[in-house]
Design a protein around this ligand. Structure first.
Ligand SMILES: C[S@@+](CC[C@H](N)C(=O)[O-])C[C@H]1O[C@@H](n2cnc3c(N)ncnc32)[C@H](O)[C@@H]1O
Length: 295
């Protein structure tokens, strides 16, 4: 690439250009994102970037910066551009085959560790593992617990497996491709699972158009969209989990804003659960549903 008059020539000019470009595209968190994108494009640490503002940029660095900034200007999530997202203190590889792990999903991990009573020999199943963020986190914390993770997306399971290897737990998780709990019959006996945890798709069809472009245009639809109510997966999980949970075992699910009444109704309809509890997120939204298998 040849440089053209007006192209930024120094790190500080490039930073100013990146901030302005992102601002024009309507993204938020402009200053931080400009720094992250340029650190990646220039292959420099953030602190080096801000302390070497007068350093000239090479034509290769400029070309890389333009590519990354234009991807973000098209509203691609910064996590897909940079390739990782932190979850429970671990770095997870992400790409467009998997949902970007969200901070509120960490509440499910905390709920399982607090309420699940997972001793050595216990069995934990994650349904809809995506990047593998929950299953891998559990595998790094829990000793002697059998962990199985299901997803219907073969592409997502490739990413999940790579994250397990990245965190040294590649041998500790059984990855299963299939539809919700149906494939579990080949792996566990009825009534033997201690915890089933899931962050299922929960966007209602009518909410799709209101999603941010970063989500609607880039994250997998399969990971997000439920049905008309948004709680169809919760209903299925309440129903299907009864076969697999031990008496006293836990079903822990993430729920969407305002979905609590529908999810409580689904629990009543399914029957067979006691001690429904919820956990609120930082915004005060009921975000986690915990149900205990009766018996
Ligand atoms: C909301 S994402 C959650 C991903 C990850 N567990 C997380 O919390 O970041 C839902 C996941 O469920 C998977 N999924 C959707 N429908 C499914 C089905 N019928 N059976 C199994 N997995 C499904 C999607 O591929 C996606 O990875």
């Amino acid at each position: 690439m040849t440089s053209i008059p007006g192209d930024p020539k120094t790190v500080s000019a490039l930073l100013a250009w990146a901030r302005q470009s992102l601002d024009n595209a309507g993204t938020t968190n402009v200053a931080q994102e400009a720094l992250w994108l340029l650190a990646s494009a220039l292959e420099m640490e953030h602190h080096a970037l801000v302390s070497r503002t007068e350093q000239p940029v090479t034509t290769d660095q400029l070309a890389r910066a333009k590519t990354l900034v234009s991807r973000r200007m098209a509203r691609e999530p910064i996590q897909y551009i940079l390739g990782t997202q932190e979850f429970c203190g671990l770095d997870f590889v992400v790409n467009s085959s998997v949902l970007i792990p969200r901070p509120e999903t960490e509440l499910l991990v905390h709920a399982v560790l607090k309420e699940g009573g997972l001793a050595e020999g216990a069995t934990l199943v994650e349904v809809g593992t995506g990047s593998g963020c929950m299953a891998v986190t559990f595998a790094t914390i829990l000793e002697g617990v059998r962990i199985l993770a299901v997803d219907c997306s073969a592409e997502a399971l490739v990413v999940a497996r790579s994250n397990a290897v990245r965190h040294g737990v590649g041998e500790k998780i059984v990855w299963i491709e299939g539809n919700l709990l149906a494939p579990l019959r080949d792996h566990v006996a009825a009534g033997t699972v201690d915890v089933i945890v899931s962050n299922p798709p929960y966007i209602a069809e009518g909410e799709w158009e209101q999603l941010q472009p970063e989500v609607r245009n880039f994250e997998p639809r399969l990971a997000l969209l439920a049905g008309q109510r948004g709680t169809e997966f919760h209903e299925r999980l309440f129903h299907d989990s009864k076969e697999f949970l031990v008496p006293g075992g836990l079903l822990v699910m993430e729920i969407g804003q305002g979905q609590l009444p529908l999810v409580q109704h689904a629990a009543e309809q399914a029957g067979g659960y006691t001690g429904l509890q919820t956990v609120k997120d930082e915004a005060g939204i009921e975000r986690v549903m915990i149900a205990r298998r009766a018996g």
